[in-house]
Design a protein around this ligand. Structure first.
Ligand SMILES: O=C(O)CCC(=O)C(=O)O
Length: 277
């Protein structure tokens, strides 16, 4: 498929299921978004990953700008074609020594995108390094089918239901270290996670899940936002872009949507129940 990615990058994507680093924002643009996030955190006293999860691009215009940034969409288009939907987007925040982590998981295991051609962009809003718990990926793991997660609901695990994959080869994992404003891409089947933030700064990432407009959802009818091109399929309820920040109606909509991913009585993909913790 023609596009901005080189042949070498496309081959690397096919082989490994991830690409990095690319640049979307200047350092100043990343700093500005961090300031907006931290202003909202201090006013709301909420944890962004828990309270503004799932579709931050509908809540904050400064997230919507990132989710529709040409530098990201051009690369995404090279991988999944010109008609692009945003399924979800999440602000992943780990404070220094807060004990938070992201267990090894595969997004395809619980998003229900059919066929599984979705991918995530992960944009650093602060420098992300091994020491503060940058994203890690297991190369080539996107070639595996959907794997069965154990749901732990561990509150320190930032994944919605504490989903965990066991037996991942840590030794071959790749650390996606990024400077503020840079981004990585990973396939929805690429196994990924991240460790503790041992300092020196907060680790703040913004991930956006893109999929071709032709995708269906195996979990029932859900919403998505058109980011580029056209939706000629009508498989999703199209969500409007935000006209202002922190619209209370959008918080209501999102808390209902979020419940369908988090509530224990609404099953996702096949899972094993945790034996404890
Ligand atoms: O930010 C992290 O450490 C995890 C992000 C993640 O799971 C994702 O982007 O899908």
């Amino acid at each position: 498929m023609a596009g901005v990615l080189s042949v070498a990058e496309l081959e690397s994507w096919k082989a490994n299921g991830f690409l990095f680093p690319f640049t979307a924002l200047t350092t100043a643009e990343a700093v500005l978004r961090r300031a907006k996030l931290e202003d909202w955190e201090s006013r709301s006293k909420l944890h962004p990953t828990k309270a503004a999860s799932l579709k931050a691009h509908l809540l904050f215009t400064w997230c919507h700008d990132v989710a529709t940034h040409p530098a990201i969409l051009d690369r995404v288009e090279s991988l999944i074609g010109p008609d692009i939907l945003v399924y979800s987007s999440t602000l992943w925040v780990k404070d220094v020594n807060d004990g938070a982590f992201v267990s090894w998981h595969q997004d395809s295991g619980y998003l229900g995108i059919d066929p599984p051609d979705g991918l995530q962009a992960w944009v650093a809003l602060a420098d992300a390094s091994v020491s503060n718990g940058c994203l890690r990926v297991s190369p080539g793991s996107h070639h595996s089918p959907d794997l069965v997660h154990e749901e732990t609901f561990n509150p320190k695990n930032l994944v919605s239901r504490g989903q965990v994959l066991h037996g991942i080869d840590e030794a071959s994992a790749v650390d996606l270290e990024l400077k503020a404003g840079q981004f990585s891409l990973h396939h929805e089947r690429t196994v990924h996670g991240s460790g503790y933030n041992n300092g020196p700064d907060r680790r703040i990432g913004y991930s956006i899940l893109y999929m071709p407009a032709a995708s269906r959802c195996t979990l029932g009818r859900r919403g998505a936002m058109l980011a580029r091109g056209e939706d000629r399929h009508g498989h999703w309820d199209l969500e409007p872009p935000p006209t202002r920040d922190e619209d209370p109606a959008m918080f209501d909509y999102l808390s209902r949507a979020w419940a369908s991913f988090k509530r224990r009585d609404i099953p996702q993909a096949p899972v094993r129940q945790a034996s404890g913790g």
